[in-house]
Ligand binder design. Sequence first.
Ligand SMILES: N=CN[C@@H](CCC(=O)O)C(=O)O
Ligand SMILES: [Zn+2]
Length: 403
Amino acid sequence: MSTLITNIAELMTQDLERRVLKDAAVVIEGERISWIGVAASAPAADRVVDAGGRAMLPGWVDSHSHLLFAGDRTAEFEARMAGEAYAAGGIAVTMNATRATSDFDLTRLAMGRVAEAVSQGTTYLETKTGYGLDIEHEARSARIASTVADQVTYLGAHLVPAGQDPDEYTDLVCGPMLAAVRPYVQWADVFCEEGAFTAEQSRRVLTACRDAGMGLRVHGNQLGEGPGVQLAVELGAASVDHVNYLAVQDVKALAASWSGWDPATGTGERGTVATCLPACDLSTRQPLAPARDLLDAGVQVALASNCNPGTSYTSSMAFCVTTAVLQMRLSVHEAVRAATYGGALALHKERGRDADGERAVGSIAVGHRADLHLLNAPSATHLAYRPGMPLTYAVWRAGVRER
Ligand SMILES: N=CN[C@@H](CCC(=O)O)C(=O)O
Ligand SMILES: [Zn+2]
């Protein structure tokens, strides 16, 4: 069964040539995109959808979220808005609520959050463990996460639970806890920050997980300058996330990590993506990450929601794009790219079509996964021009109409 979506006023492909087509059409067959081009030369299809002169983008790729949690941290948020600083310790509040919740309820909560994200145009998402923080509850979170998200990250190294020795807890994260989560996860992450894990502990966790065959990510440089970025680059992490406080050397190291990659062909060795989390920056009153400087230095940038109950209780990628344009000085095209292709790059899902056995997400091209986001607007510029408006009109995820 093929579907022709025609009368698309603007098709922002985010493909390697960064094409933006006017008066365009797309054909979907099963889960894949089988044709894109000018509407006047579109082939016939079994079914036709009239996009009504609206703009189409790839579905959002949310490469950083924490959806496996219970409870709520409104009081902490209120205190922050009254002037308190964010500190990692709040994670324990969510850990207690999450541990006390049944499998059924935790699954239901996570599924609801995924549905909320998809209804706003997110078609591919990563989520993390990190609110279990013992073997049983980290393994449970990983297992449930693997049933609701496209990719799962192990974040046993989120916080040292109260009363535990940091080095002994790190041993647990590198040993039996890792073994328990391993069947369910592709990635490992560590919160490398004052009040969470030191550089040395972070290195131990990342090395153990790399040896277990997992890809790496780092929460780094969120609350101050620190070792997170350098560690991420040194260990070849796919992304370092937050990046609010960067020294000149950090930006240089990130840029250098991309020297073996060709942006025109998308081939070569990927470097470390700098993932900016603007909703979190606003909610924690941190300076917005320097996405403009990173792009200008040649770093590949992603935008993600960081949806979690402590620092960023939103899955709205549109909000992140709007903020990136209005306050971080990205163009609309750059911001949408970071929230689609950039996220795919951070998850190593930007390559692959038909014969490859992997189907790329985050861009609209023949053979890629049919993840499409139709806006109720004639151009993507409206995402910034009409901030806060509900602009998602239709969503296809792997070829299935979700909204
Ligand atoms: N920074 C570390 N982890 C989360 C926040 C976790 C929490 O406070 O619950 C983040 O990405 O912001
Ligand atoms: Zn996070």
